[in-house]
Design a protein around this ligand. Structure first.
Ligand code: 1GP
Length: 250
């Protein structure tokens, strides 16, 4: 029987301690660009390719990006949608997520109701995830109408995360916002990780191995980087991040 992507991720976290995922924003790349990033990230040892952004992209371009990534790598492609328009039938899985600190019911459950039948129809594996915007929050915070949790309120982030777990979510994502000035602080990661039992994803503003190492040591199971994939030395930096987070949990 084929191992589910969720099981693949759990097994990889168990084996490596912390793992890395590369986020590709289809709006920022050409089809060829996406292919190159995916190929070099895979070589660097990334566990999966996430595809999504915070603003609108054409469905056709999203489909082409996913198809081109899949033509060169065999690691999972996981959609990271900001809306129903972020669903592509070509992907392997989707973060089926609720923005837990949104004040707009659309981002809590509305988009999910519209998207669920499509996920079923396209046979994409749903990965249940509670998404929490913290700190600056970036575009995701504005678009998702989130009441962002300040970095100096780790216990509040932990309460959101535990609520997500109790509601049945299999993963929790602490999102500092793409391009955040400072990544999610270790105190906040630690406070969340102490309270929850499900894997913790951390992203937003992680640019180098030192920052990744701090996040993984504090308890991040999955480190996501997006922006740095667009830099000329992305491949090297991703390799360094992966080496620094492997077996680094304390
Ligand atoms: C954004 O957490 C991700 O959703 C990644 O952020 O682009 O800053 O790496 P960066």
């Amino acid at each position: 029987m084929r191992v589910s992507i969720e099981q693949y991720l759990l097994d990889k976290i168990k084996a490596d301690g912390s793992i890395h995922m590369t986020l590709i924003d289809p709006e920022k790349v050409t089809v060829e660009g996406a292919r190159n990033i995916a190929e070099s990230s895979k070589k660097s040892g990334t566990a999966a390719i996430m595809i999504g952004g915070s603003t609108f992209i054409s469905q056709n371009h999203l489909d082409e990006v996913v198809k081109s990534i899949k033509s060169v790598v065999n690691i999972p492609t996981i959609l990271f949608p900001n809306n129903v328009t972020g669903i592509s039938s070509h992907a392997d899985a989707i973060w089926f997520m609720s923005l837990l600190n949104s004040v707009d019911p659309y981002f809590l459950i509305g988009a999910q109701i519209l998207g669920a039948p499509l996920v079923k129809k396209y046979k994409i594996e749903p990965l249940s995830m509670g998404y929490i915007i913290v700190g600056e929050g970036g575009t995701a915070g504005v678009v998702g109408k989130a009441l962002s949790v300040p970095y100096n309120k780790p216990e509040l982030a932990a309460a959101h995360a535990l609520a997500g777990q109790y509601l049945g979510m299999h993963f929790i994502y602490l999102e500092g916002g793409s391009g955040a000035t400072n990544p999610v602080p270790p105190d906040m990661i630690r406070a969340v990780k102490t309270l929850i039992d499900v894997p913790l994803i951390v992203g937003g503003g992680i640019r180098n191995q030192e920052q990744a190492k701090i996040a993984s040591a504090a308890g991040a199971d999955i480190i996501v980087t997006g922006n740095l994939t667009e830099s000329s030395d992305a491949s090297e930096r991703i390799s360094q991040i992966i080496t620094s987070i492997k077996d680094n949990k304390v």
